[in-house]
Design a protein around this ligand. Structure first.
Ligand code: CO
Length: 465
């Protein structure tokens, strides 16, 4: 019997897309033992924005969250999303940092590492792959991921070439990441048939979003065209800027005579558990109705769910939601100027923020963010198409773009020494140091809070005695 497996995304991407990753671990701990029996291909539960959100907003140690997930999901493959050389941050890290991060991720419980580069510049994912292979357990899967987008330079042939390259590099599986949900059923059919022909029996995964309303049709075509794994979210956390629904796809696949390996009673129970969790965040306003709706305009703007909900949050904070439509319309223009980068982290934030700045300032590129300047300098990799000449000249002057790999290939251990010095006795593990390297300010605050909390607890315990 033909088989298509499902990855459950409620703990990572659905959480990230619908509620800016603010779901605390304690909200879902109680359902993990059930989720463990559901029969998913994997559970996406870490990486992406979860790491930052843990430290910045939730007062959680992301490593502790991962260890807890591992403990409560012993039979599932735990999956994370990793931005290649950017890890979970917004800049390029040295190779030794990338290697250590992956070593610690696997050590703390990760099985599947889905690795992508925003620009599909595969030099930026080579070190992460090498490290994954080096520290691999029998359960480890290195998944090479392509950031899918449409532009005059992103053709089916181009994507097939990319997949061949990922296979040659030594990845175990390949994932097509349609972060904005703009892949049409027609495109899915052509892409997936073409890719399957080129890579043989290597597992191919489709990650898409419901943002534009096309996801279910696209998944149907993908399934007919030979996709092996699809990403879905438990139904109450599905739709809108999130993934298609797990249970819905289960029923549809069943009638196709395709096996999923899912236990329908368990996946229904998982959804029942998450219903009041979702309602809590709808009531508090954390889940904005905008992110639950279908927005076909995204077919024009190519804006991924996480980016849209962040943009809404930022504009709301600045009391500038009246500029939303204008900022949205500015995004494709900025994207074209920058050589059609796929809108995925960190490029989605960079392009989104620049578009908002252009609109709020009232003059395009009067203020250019440091990140966009660095992108134009070539520090993130090669742009898919050339950058607008005038804009490039404004940033570079007479200088030439740099080769992103020159500085990054240094393995000095320097970052770890600096982190340990900066943290002093706050640093109790390699994981603490790694958090600091990734998010220095947030980690320093988090570790200080942790210490203060422990001291308070100590005082409290003495008084009680
Ligand atoms: Co996604």
């Amino acid at each position: 019997m033909k088989k298509v497996q499902l990855t459950e995304t409620v703990l990572r991407d659905a959480n990230q897309s619908l509620m800016a990753t603010r779901l605390p671990y304690t909200d879902y701990e109680a359902i993990l033992s059930d989720m463990d029996k559901a029969g998913y291909y994997s559970i996406e539960c870490w990486g992406g924005a979860t790491f930052d959100s843990c430290l910045r907003y939730l007062g959680e140690d992301p490593w502790e969250r991962l260890r807890n997930l591992r403990k409560n999901l012993p039979n599932n493959k735990l999956q994370m999303l990793l931005r290649g050389q950017n890890l979970l941050g917004y800049k390029h890290y040295h190779d030794d940092v990338v290697e250590k991060f992956i070593e610690l991720s696997i050590k703390n419980g990760i099985d599947v590492i889905r690795i992508f580069d925003a620009l599909n510049d595969f030099r930026n994912i080579a070190t992460a792959l090498e490290a994954t292979k080096k520290y691999a357990t029998p359960n480890t899967i290195a998944s090479g991921c392509i950031s899918y987008t449409q532009s005059p330079v992103h053709t089916v042939e181009k994507y097939i070439e990319m997949c061949k390259e990922l296979k040659t590099m030594g990845f175990d599986t390949i994932c097509l990441k349609d972060m904005a949900g703009t892949m049409s059923p027609y495109e899915a059919e052509h892409l997936i048939k073409g890719i399957k022909d080129a890579i043989g029996d290597m597992t191919l995964i489709l990650h898409t979003h419901c943002t534009t309303g096309m996801a279910y049709m696209t998944l149907t075509k993908a399934i007919e065209s030979g996709i092996d794994v699809i990403d879905c979210a438990t139904s109450c956390f599905s739709g809108g800027t999130s993934q298609p629904a797990t249970e819905t796809m289960y029923y549809a696949l069943k009638q196709y005579g395709i096996e999923t390996g899912l236990d329908i009673d368990v996946i229904n129970k998982v959804n029942d558990f998450f219903k009041p969790v979702k309602q809590k965040y709808v009531d508090s306003g954390r889940i904005n109705p905008k992110s639950l709706a279908t927005d076909a305009q995204a077919l024009v703007y190519k804006v991924p769910g996480g980016m849209l909900s962040n943009m809404i949050a930022n504009l709301t904070d600045m009391h500038a939601m009246d500029k939303f439509d204008e900022a949205l319309a500015e995004i494709p223009k900025v994207r074209a100027d920058l050589g059609y980068p796929p809108l995925v982290t960190p490029l989605s934030q960079m392009v989104g923020n620049q578009a908002v700045t252009n609109v709020l300032v009232g003059e395009r590129y009067k203020n250019i963010s440091k990140e966009v300047k660095n992108y134009i300098k070539g520090e993130y990799g090669i742009s898919p198409a050339p950058i607008n000449e005038e804009l490039a000249k404004k940033v570079l002057g007479d200088a030439q773009p740099v080769d992103c790999r020159i500085e990054d290939s240094i393995r000095t251990g320097e970052e770890f020494v600096k982190a340990k010095e900066a943290l002093g006795d706050l640093c109790r593990s390699e994981e603490d140091a790694m958090s600091y390297i990734c998010y220095p300010d947030q980690t320093l605050k988090f570790l200080n809070d942790r210490k203060a909390k422990e001291e308070n607890e100590a005082v409290y315990t003495i008084e009680e005695m």
